[in-house]
Design a protein around this ligand. Structure first.
Ligand code: MN
Length: 322
């Protein structure tokens, strides 16, 4: 359910309605739009009739049932696009945000070289994996904590915030200490205990779509993060306009993992922006031929710089900035 307040409701009105909702045993999530404030309500439906009765209050315009199973992620509960900043980088607004870097953090020289080149090409966020979910137990599993330390150092020297994946609930705390955005990988999109933990960490979450996850399942996973008290995060996908209609959350496209081949990354990055994505996450490696993971889909720094140069005029045509 959501409660739509009348335009011009005062702070006292908002607090009065919120308090009544909480007293009925629900949690409230405020969404302040330009014109009106909406109170999102989370909890089980037992006191539904009492909620509907709040419609009689002077400050309440309407009490509306949300039909989508995802409540807080839905556009009904939050008509305006979600926007937030990560170390000064605005996400979810007109600015297209590009996250770039190696699949895996392999060594200090490798990460430094890639971080400096993506920064020079205009990337906004540094990506890099420290904990790597690999299909084979014999594949490179990542540098783990050492990788996090290297990411933090590269972030400090370049000024780029860092996004990196967290795979286990017990590692959320240490990853959140080193990273500015926590990524939930495609394999973990329905790992609900992990989602609950990242919801508590207070940092933005990049929630990847699972390999066969429906849009509804994906947004319900986002709901776990929002319901846990974490309002800011990002998504990625092919179903951009569908999710844009259903949800206010920013959407990112990953043309590297989406295609698996560097030659297709540029075309799909452009297609993603054209479809309405708020940003991109792209794998870049200084020596893809010797990369310990995902070399075939990694762009060389010069190719990444060329792509950024091609994306700028496209962003402008779309009414965005890059
Ligand atoms: Mn990868």
């Amino acid at each position: 359910m959501i409660i739509v307040l009348k335009p011009g409701s005062s702070e006292a009105d908002i607090e009065d309605v919120s308090r009544r909702v909480r007293e009925l045993g629900f949690k409230t999530h405020l969404s302040r739009g330009e014109v009106r404030t909406i109170i999102g309500i989370v909890g089980d439906d037992r006191a539904k009739e009492q909620l509907l009765a709040l419609q009689s209050l002077d400050s309440v315009e309407n009490v509306v049932r949300i039909l989508q199973p995802f409540k807080l992620a839905s556009r009904e509960a939050h008509p305006d696009n979600t926007q937030f900043k990560v170390h000064g980088v605005p996400v979810g607004g007109d600015q297209i945000v590009v996250m770039a870097g190696p699949c895996s953090v392999e060594s200090q020289p490798q990460l430094t070289a890639v971080a400096e080149s993506v920064k020079a090409a205009g990337a906004h966020v540094l990506r890099g994996g420290a904990f790597k979910p690999r299909t084979s137990p014999y594949a490179f599993q990542g540098l783990e904590e050492e990788g996090l330390t290297l990411l933090r150092a590269a972030s400090k020297s370049t000024g780029l915030p860092v996004v990196t994946e967290v795979m286990e609930p017990d590692k959320v705390e240490v990853v959140a200490e080193h990273a500015d955005i926590l990524q939930i990988g495609a394999r973990n999109v329905q790992n609900f205990s992990l989602l609950k933990r990242v919801a508590e960490c207070g940092k933005p979450v990049l929630l990847k779509r699972g390999m066969s996850t429906s849009i509804q399942e994906w947004l319900l996973s986002a709901e776990y993060v929002l319901a846990g008290g974490n309002p800011s995060y990002t998504l990625d996908l092919n179903a951009i306009p569908v999710v844009k209609k259903l949800s206010h959350l920013p959407i990112f496209v990953d043309p590297s993992h989406g295609t698996g081949h560097w030659e297709y990354v540029s075309a799909m990055a452009k297609a993603g922006l054209a479809a309405g994505a708020d940003g991109l996450i792209i794998e870049v490696h200084n020596n893809p031929a010797e990369a310990l993971s995902d070399g075939p889909q990694s762009l060389k720094p010069t190719k990444f710089a060329q792509l950024m140069a091609e994306l700028r005029p496209l962003a402008q045509v779309l009414g965005r900035t890059l």
